[in-house]
Design a protein around this ligand. Structure first.
Ligand code: ADQ
Length: 518
């Protein structure tokens, strides 16, 4: 049996007592690794003075962990700089926030090169390698350059923008050409697939045939694999959490009394549209004063990437907007908006989602958005709440039964809040049952197994995701096992071993060189 090697920017180590968020991606990857027996390689999250020249693998059950520290200069250039100040805003269509420096780009390529050097001694000939996310785009090319011929897959968790946007990045042609070093490239949505393929054609002269794209001597399959959550586990967590009425639930919902609750849960990130959402809630209360005193917005937003200036500014802005709206609209016994800037346990989150009549998920741009799926999973099937979802979240391409909104249109979001709060139970039930059927049939286990089967060359159904406004056929929610598999769809190509083995590894000249620092 082939061994699975997962590579991600950060690795959470059980050995070090680090906790993996229950039900999250890390849990899914860990269980895939345990099933196949595997290795998980990446950054420890720590820094030290000198770059490591080797790593000491640590075995924990059937999974071997191999982590390396970064130097502080590498953390600054590779992680905070190129990954989070250049690629993150660029991939989220935010050219105005994209900060490029050659020093950062050199650091990014340098860390990818070092990851390749450290990983190679740990590889076996039959391993299949699964690399995750934008921090590690050139890693496969670095591995190929050093002679690695294993099957290598990549999954891109965030959006991929059109060529006009991606092409604004200096060295974009070189960087995008390295994608051809993968055998299988997984994206969240067909839109991201189309953008990547047309970007490769436009920027590095790649040739395409269907979902296959060829650049230099290599060919990759690009395909949508919309990520899911562990629906059944999250549903159980929500039920248990409400029953137990744990402290965070009591403290949050107690003062609400019989008032309705609108909830937003996000990392504090400008891509999530938090400030625009607060403004939309203010507009809703101004336009519909009959709701004042009868409903509150709870926004949970733990700070992330606080070392990046744009995030510190967002932190300040969200406090300012919430403070202004509360001062203008609040009463002595009612605060319309509460912003809580801390991480909650998964159990507390699940309970709060279930208590909320409206889930307000309005990112300006998002790869998938798991909060939308968690909100649906947590609902009481007898009396579900309503999901309001940005059309710019990847999830909107599957969850057409949500109230789909344009987050740039404050008035439209405000009206959707009003519609959601007034929605009759029969319509809430109808929408919920379809949403729940969709998230159950494309859960995290479906996602992992479908991707790995494609990467390892098995002939499995490609499945498909549903375009906006075209819900999947209704299935009975109550009967859903959470493990239902999609029907066969032959429209998307599969990665097949034979299709790839005829191409040679990327030649050294096709690989990016670090630009001179400066
Ligand atoms: P993120 O940008 O982190 O993920 P998202 O998909 O919403 O966005 O996942 C966030 C996760 O963090 C959810 O599981 C949520 O419950 C949890 N979380 C958020 N706030 C929390 C809080 N206060 N306390 C505890 N937990 C909290 C990236 C991409 C997404 C893509 C995912 C997975 O940006 O588009 O969906 O990867 O591929």
């Amino acid at each position: 049996m082939m061994r699975l090697v997962v590579v991600s920017n950060r690795v959470t180590m059980p050995e070090r007592g680090e906790k993996v968020a229950a039900g999250g991606l890390a849990v899914a990857l860990r269980s895939a690794l345990e099933e196949h027996g595997g290795l998980w390689f990446g950054w420890s999250g720590a820094t030290k003075a000198e770059p490591a020249s080797s790593v000491e693998p640590i075995r924990h059950g059937k999974v071997t962990y191999a982590v390396t520290d970064l130097t502080e200069a590498e953390r600054q250039s590779y992680y905070l700089g190129f990954a989070n100040r250049a690629l993150w805003p660029l991939m989220h269509y935010r050219l105005g926030l994209t900060e490029f420096t050659r020093t950062d780009y050199a650091g990014y390529l340098g860390v990818n090169r070092r990851f390749a050097r450290l990983l190679i001694p740990l590889l076996k000939p039959d391993d299949i390698i699964w690399i995750h996310d934008y921090h590690l785009i050139p890693l496969a090319a670095e591995l190929r350059r050093r002679g690695v011929t294993n099957r290598i897959g990549y999954f891109h968790h965030i959006p991929w923008p059109p060529a006009e946007v991606f092409g604004a990045l200096p060295f974009s042609s070189t960087l995008i050409s390295t994608m051809a070093a993968y055998d299988l490239i997984g994206m969240q949505t067909p839109n991201d697939v189309a953008n990547l393929i047309s970007g490769m054609v436009a920027l590095c002269g790649a040739q395409r045939e269907g979902n296959r794209v060829r650049a230099g001597q290599r060919e990759a399959v690009v395909q949508a694999f919309p990520i899911g959550i562990d629906v059944e586990a999250f549903r159980k967590l929500a039920v248990a959490s409400m029953r137990a009425a744990t402290q965070p639930i009591r403290a949050t919902t107690g003062p609400l009394g019989s008032r309705k609750l609108v909830i937003g849960v996000d990392r504090l990130d400008y891509s999530k549209g938090i400030v625009q959402r607060l403004e939309a809630f203010g507009t809703f209360l101004r336009n519909h004063p009959e709701h004042r005193g009868a409903v509150g917005l709870l926004q949970i937003a733990p700070p992330s990437r606080s070392d990046v200036p744009e995030y510190a500014e967002l932190d300040r802005m969200s406090d300012e907007v919430a403070g202004r709206l509360n001062a203008a609209l609040g009463e002595f016994d009612w605060t319309p908006i509460r912003v809580v800037k801390k991480a909650y346990s998964r159990s507390a989150l699940a309970g709060l989602y279930r208590r909320a009549q409206v889930g307000l998920v309005t990112p300006m741009r998002d790869g998938m958005n798991l909060v939308a799926k968690e909100y649906v999973a947590a609902q009481n099937p007898e009396d579900p709440g309503v999901l309001i979802l940005s059309r710019f979240a990847g999830a909107a391409q599957q969850l057409g039964e949500a109230l789909i909104v344009n987050p740039f249109d404050t008035h439209e979001v405000a009206e959707a809040i009003r519609t959601a709060l007034a929605m009759p139970k029969s319509e809430r039930l109808r929408r919920f049952e379809r949403l729940y059927a969709t998230i159950s049939s494309t859960d995290i286990e479906w996602w992992t197994s479908r991707y790995l089967a494609a990467l390892s060359g098995l002939d499995i159904p490609s499945g498909d995701i549903v375009p906006p406004g075209q819900p999947k056929p209704l299935r009975s929610t109550r009967k859903s096992s959470g493990n239902a598999k999609p029907t066969r769809d032959n429209t998307l190509p599969h990665a097949s071993r034979s299709a790839h083995s005829k191409f040679d590894p990327v030649p050294a000249k096709a690989l990016p060189n670090a630009p001179s620092a400066g």
